[in-house]
Design a binder for this molecule. Structure first.
Ligand code: ATP
Length: 253
């Protein structure tokens, strides 16, 4: 079995009396896509926010390999190797594709922005930006101003900006949201390649995409894990059918 890069244990997030996430433990393995599914309000986005540090845990622990990152702020987790996309909100619409990715790479440099050195001469940052664009297939669009790209391309750009930070674990919250069929198919291929040497945690409602991509699946309902395992196991799990889909329905192949 491949190495566990991120391990969360007994995560708890309470909002007043509401347990948005309760007793959730999850392992994310190198070279795997671990998909988290469940009905609306199950706690999937909250889980991603806990793993990225955007929301502090009420209880529980998050390890990145052997490092306890539970108390680290989001940017410190990013430096430690946790990447997450933020649904277009981080894109500078008036900057080019390359400038956006270069800024992401530079912000991750571990040093203050190098104000006295033109970024265009920073070979390492530029190389990381080029590699990230190449990985999502946007190299040919590098000089396009972001606002003129399609929704799907902007989501690809978001992924490139994450890759420019050289993450070991990538958290993707509904990366296919709002995409047409062709755009979704392209993004599925990108995500399939992302796991190479990394670990990917994917929250997604598109079940075709989930079953096309997932090496491992965790199903949540009411803030808790109701089943976790390989896709065939989860697909056949009675509690999943009952709680997630209703007893009469099948999970689409
Ligand atoms: N900041 C918050 N304050 C109070 N309650 C919250 C907050 N964030 C989430 N919740 C509640 O926590 C529960 C889980 O929400 P969450 O968004 O994590 O579910 P989800 O599985 O991602 O749903 P969806 O599939 O609709 O995105 C919901 O009942 C939601 O209303």
């Amino acid at each position: 079995m491949s190495e566990i890069l991120m391990k969360a244990t007994a995560l708890e997030k309470r909002y007043g009396g509401l347990r948005a996430v309760s007793g959730v433990s999850i392992d994310v393995h190198r070279d795997e896509v671990h998909a988290v599914i469940g009905p609306n309000g199950a706690g999937k986005s909250t889980l991603v926010n806990l793993l990225s540090g955007d929301v502090p845990v009420t209880d529980g622990a998050i390890m990145l390999r052997d490092r306890d990152i539970t108390a680290l702020a989001p940017h410190r987790r990013a430096m430690a190797g946790v990447g997450r996309s933020y649904q277009k909100t981080t894109i500078f619409a008036d900057s080019t594709v390359f400038e956006n990715v270069r800024l992401a790479a530079q912000a991750h440099g571990g040093q203050p922005l190098r104000l006295f050195r033109p970024v265009s001469t920073d070979g390492n940052v530029n190389a990381r930006a080029e590699a990230a664009l190449d990985e999502v297939g946007l190299s040919a669009r590098r000089d396009t101003v972001a606002r003129f790209m399609s929704h799907g391309e902007q989501r690809q750009l978001e992924v490139a900006m994450v890759l420019a930070t050289e993450p070991k674990v990538i958290l993707l919250d509904e990366p296919l949201a709002g995409m047409g069929h062709a755009e979704a198919a392209r993004m599925i291929e990108i995500i399939r390649r992302l796991k190479d040497g990394r670990a990917v945690l994917l929250v997604e409602h598109d079940m075709d995409a989930v079953f096309a991509l997932a090496d491992r699946l965790t199903v949540m309902a009411d803030g808790q894990v109701i089943a976790s395992g390989d896709p065939a196991y989860v697909r056949a799990h009675p509690a999943v059918r009952a709680a997630y889909l209703g007893p009469e329905q099948e999970i689409a192949a």
